[in-house]
Design a protein around this ligand. Sequence first.
Ligand code: AMP
Length: 287
Amino acid sequence: MAMWIARTVEEARRLRHASAGSVAFVPTMGALHEGHLSLVRAGLGMADRVIVSIFVNPTQFAPHEDLSRYPRPIERDLELCRDAGASGVFHPDVAVVYPPGVPECIVEVPAVAQDLEGRHRPTHFRGVCRVVAKLFNIIQPSVALFGQKDYQQWKVIQAMVDDLMMPLRIEGLPTVREADGLAMSSRNIYLGPEDRQRALALSRALTRARSMVEEQHCDDASVVEAAMRDVLLGVGADIDYAAVRHPRTLAPLERIDTASPEGVVALIACRIGPVRLIDNMVIGAHA
Ligand code: AMP
């Protein structure tokens, strides 16, 4: 069956319910790459159909951020969704998602959202939660797939779904990387050739953290954080944070509990030239 494209909430609801069976949902801001498509393909194994949303959500951008120049190659995105096996795409305009005159509802998960990205982008997760809650209510999926690339976002959404008892499952899927280690991101196209090389420092810093914990058995979080900063400063990155945290709560750690099967998560946000990049890695996890 041909893939449907819905532009309004009514259309999306009608088309979503037009065929029976469970729905896996992949929310995106478009400019799709292999990371997004890996979520679509994984969704095909988790439900009868996959629905993708493509919406550059203004409420998760701060005024100085890149909302207006965020890439929007919609025809190509639709083609990629079709090829990946999506059944439908919800691609609304801003006024559809945020109808004028409707008072704003704030959805926040302070305990997970305040630090790290939340510290540097104070209204970001409030915007993410608001749009994702709307999209869940429109699409009514049984499972929604998120990338571990946005690790804190995944944990914030999971916490929102748990506390508000939303009737769906959240799945976090592994980060898809370029062959040289750079995490795929719609923002990578902003990187000039030299910055593209410098951007490899993020994955290098994370693999350095991993070898310190897993091979050298370093259990001092601040020593691992300092080593990550060294790698990033080596390419002149402007660092927002380079942190080792609890993998579920994202709480700071003094000691890395190497006996814990969950391991820890190392997270980085920094600017390489004009581009702000994030990346992370779970390290020290074992069965
Ligand atoms: P975005 O379009 O950036 O909002 O991302 C939409 C979804 O794709 C989010 O759940 C992201 O975490 C996920 N995603 C983005 N980049 C990657 C990647 N390199 N690997 C896996 N998932 C990703």
